[in-house]
Design a protein around this ligand. Sequence first.
Ligand SMILES: Nc1ncnc2c1ncn2[C@@H]1O[C@H](COP(=O)(O)OP(=O)(O)OP(=O)(O)O)[C@@H](O)[C@H]1O
Ligand SMILES: [Mg+2]
Length: 322
Amino acid sequence: MIGQSLAFVKITQLIDKIARCDAPVLIEGETGTGKELAARAIHDGGTRTGHPFIPVNCGAIPDTLVENELFGHERGAYTGAQSKRNGLIAHAQSGTLFLDEVDALTPKAQVTLLRFFQDQQYFPLGGGVARSADVRVIVASNRNLTQLAEMGEFRLDLFFRLKIMHLTLPPLRERQDDAALLATHFLQECAARFNRGAKTLHADTIAWFGKYSWPGNIRELENLIYREYLLADEPILNIAPLEPVMVERRHKFDRRRPDLSCLNFTKAKNDAIAKFEQYYLAEALTKAHGNVTKAASLVGKDRRAFGKLLKKHSMDKNIRDM
Ligand SMILES: Nc1ncnc2c1ncn2[C@@H]1O[C@H](COP(=O)(O)OP(=O)(O)OP(=O)(O)O)[C@@H](O)[C@H]1O
Ligand SMILES: [Mg+2]
């Protein structure tokens, strides 16, 4: 893991300590801050290294399947379950199970997980006999679990159990000294992978990297560098700054949490559509580095219609076009 800022050094020291204790871990942090990388570092730094590290995105598994995926089922557990199937927890035996987007777990799966923490035992679907597994569980969330637990959306007892060993990764804007360092690291990776020669960053680019708010954090920086490296003909990359106006709007949209401060359905729906449009436009513009024509073509809209949408949301100012 790359970084020299004080915030990052503290995190790596904590990772070293956590790696040596064999207990469940909670990793919080905004999207793209390196939660999965930290989970892998904890796994690799402990006694379970050499055994499986199994990452699972809980948010990507439908509610009805999540227990089946994690804990498996016995033969005949439900119509179509013709043979016994092991869950991911069994596949992670002696190693680590990494549950990403843990806030998406159903209440029932949360209970099973809590019980597993108590005695390392679980029940596959349709099974009356408990199974045991020697597995370290690391969970991650980019939503605030404290708030979710307070609102009753996440089990409080499970939250307290997880909170014992807990790590919050700082967003890139709070470790801004690291942006240029990380960018250089990604450029070296690109050079090794794509064989298009070594490239460096222009001083102007380094300067705005240090001030930009990086809403997508390290993943956003990584994607930007890969794209620019592949497109550049020159050995020095001078990347035009991304627009802060888009960033502000992007922060406010969360597809999973409707804002119920206005309870009128039609108004709430129109509000959600407007927020979605702003978010979507900002994403497209960011991907296209602020080039409206390119952004429109990326999302399959013509330049005029895209421009109209930008105007509707007052996002047409300060945007350059080439
Ligand atoms: N300190 C770091 N040094 C080098 N690369 C990093 C570092 N932190 C993150 N990355 C890279 O940034 C990308 C995003 O990291 P990762 O997938 O771990 O983030 P995440 O917090 O799990 O994101 P999400 O919330 O979207 O799941 C990865 O490609 C990872 O390799
Ligand atoms: Mg992740």
